[in-house]
Design a protein around this ligand. Structure first.
Ligand SMILES: Cc1cc2nc3c(=O)[nH]c(=O)nc-3n(C[C@H](O)[C@H](O)[C@H](O)COP(=O)(O)OP(=O)(O)OC[C@H]3O[C@@H](n4cnc5c(N)ncnc54)[C@H](O)[C@@H]3O)c2cc1C
Length: 492
């Protein structure tokens, strides 16, 4: 296939490699003939992640990034050797797992070597005494959770992308699962890690429940999106599989009433596994047959764990909802959510109608949450071409929330898909920052948010860049992400 016939979106970033054949031979020496590919079919498969705009590009014959080599290493030493070679030859290396990331984190915008982690797929140990599981990080999320369930446990980390994401991808993006209000986010779940640094050195963070041993360096690598190291092994907390589940749903007159009820539940340290608020528009979309929820805001809860505790959690959850004008809607809406929670066919259909659609999640303290919700809706209504803007809220803390917005529209004639997409993202993020929120809750930075990092972090951004330069002086590990302005703000 001649890739010159495709429009390359990030073409200005690409580094050409002079002697590709020599590099290919060296890679084959390191990991074996069958673990390296330059076949068109493989190259094409690794040109994008699941950034939704990339589906529009595929239909239009455009390619996001073009890698040079696809590799499937099987041992840490092999990855270490690939990184040493890449440093010597100044070739970018992009860790790639399941490609379900939605911010462009795994897109090889500079070209280079894809290190696909799928052969790192073994579960190494379950320890019942310590309540831990140790696994290689390329393992598919569903394979890990099913294995744990069969042995009577859960890791409690169930992202909507469970079937299509990996342990390493979760760590790289500081992921959050649907049951996160009870079990925590991935940074609360990881207890130990093995990491290969950009220049090939292998380091281990030992498995401990907690320590007071200076700054906790391991945390630096949770959320680093493959820019500071490749995570090859991790030990996670696990829990006995829940004994009982209570399915609860209430409809509220306004989103403010639902926020109030939930903050009162968390304030008394009741942590339902699942809490999901659907704004009026999403309630209409997901629960059209629930009469009590018409023109209202639906909230579903799942309390799970020890039976006696679940009963107590259920009664307090109901009391707080009823004190805040909640109307009981029964178990059916929650059962409907369980049946449909991994289904995302709707969104992948939209590009076929030339609709540019995406979702983005942000974080906020309780006091700013209503302002953020309303100001994003108001500002997105003004974006020419945008047709929908809706929200749900699915991650909660005693101190605040993670809000998840969905937008979709048809770019006006004068704008390309990318320009329209960037305008929608920038409009949402600006409204969030102006109202005191954070630009990302759990999807990460990748390409899409890198130009907002200065606004998010202020002077700390320089410290972050210094750390990147120190660990990766040749900037070979996943370049063009997090630390640089890959979207040029102001040119939309
Ligand atoms: C339908 C859908 C639903 C989703 N739902 C959720 C959700 O509920 N919660 C949530 O948090 N996210 C969700 N996501 C986003 C996505 O699934 C996560 O970001 C996920 O963590 C990415 O994992 P992956 O294995 O697919 O990683 P990839 O997309 O392959 O890679 C993501 C990033 O991680 C890096 N990376 C991958 N493996 C490693 C490694 N071993 N070491 C270092 N860096 C590595 C890559 O370089 C890249 O920067 C969803 C996505 C989709 C498409």
């Amino acid at each position: 296939m001649d890739f010159k016939n495709f429009e390359l979106i990030y073409k200005e970033n690409r580094h050409e490699i002079k002697d590709k054949q020599a590099i290919e031979s060296k890679l084959k020496e390191i990991i074996g003939e069958n673990n390296v590919s330059t076949k068109d079919i493989d190259i094409l498969a690794y040109t994008k992640d699941t950034t939704l705009l990339a589906f529009n590009w595929v239909i239009e014959g455009k390619i996001a990034g073009l890698p040079d080599f696809i590799t499937w290493p099987e041992t840490v030493d092999q990855i270490s050797e690939i990184l040493k070679l890449a440093n010597k030859e100044k070739i970018p290396v992009i860790p790639f797992a399941e490609g379900s990331g939605v911010v462009g984190g795994a897109i090889p915008i500079h070209g280079g070597i894809i290190v696909d982690m799928k052969k790192f797929n073994k579960i190494l140990d379950i320890n019942d005494k310590n309540l831990t599981v140790t696994a290689q990080t390329g393992i598919n999320g569903m394979n890990l959770e099913r294995y744990l369930n069969a042995k009577g446990y859960t890791a409690g980390h169930i992202p909507q992308s469970l079937y299509i994401s990996s342990l390493g991808g979760w760590i790289a993006h500081r992921a959050a699962g649907q049951f996160s209000t009870k079990y925590g986010k991935i940074e609360d779940i990881v207890l130990g890690m093995e990491i290969i640094l950009p220049q090939g050195e292998i380091i281990n963070f030992k498995t401990i429940p907690r320590a007071s041993t200076g700054p906790q360096l391991d945390k630096l690598f949770i959320g680093a999106e493959g820019t500071l190291g490749i995570v090859t092994k991790a030990t996670l907390k696990i829990w006995p599989y829940p004994e009982k589940r209570a399915l609860i749903s209430y409809a509220f007159p306004t989103i403010e009433n639902s926020f109030e009820a939930i903050s009162q539940i968390l304030r008394v340290q009741i942590y339902p596994g699942v809490i999901r608020i659907y704004d009026q528009f999403e309630t209409e979309r997901h629960f059209p047959d629930v009469e009590q929820a018409k023109d209202k805001v639906m909230v579903i809860f799942v309390c799970e764990g020890n039976s006696k505790l679940v009963d107590l959690e259920e009664s307090i959850t109901r009391e707080k909802c009823e004190n805040n004008l909640g109307v009981e809607c029964g178990e059916h809406p929650v059962e409907h959510w369980f049946e449909t929670r991994f289904r995302v066919t709707e969104t992948s259909m939209l590009p076929t109608y030339k609709i540019v659609f995406d979702t983005l999640e942000v974080a906020s303290l309780w006091e700013n949450a209503p302002v953020i919700y309303h100001s994003v809706l108001e500002s997105m209504d003004k974006v020419k071409g945008n047709l929908i803007i809706t929200a749900h809220v699915s991650h909660f803390y005693p101190n605040g929330v993670g809000i998840y917005f969905s937008f979709g529209g048809v770019p006006p004639k004068e704008k390309s898909d990318l320009e329209f997409y960037q305008e929608c993202w920038d409009t949402t993020i600006k409204a969030v920052l102006d109202a005191g929120g954070s630009i990302a809750h759990h999807h990460g930075i990748g390409i899409n948010r890198s130009h907002w990092m200065e606004d998010e972090w202020g002077k700390s951004m320089k410290v972050m860049r210094d750390i990147k330069n120190l660990l990766d002086p040749n900037n070979i590990l996943n370049p063009g992400k997090i630390y640089v302005n890959t979207w040029k703000r102001g040119e939309n």
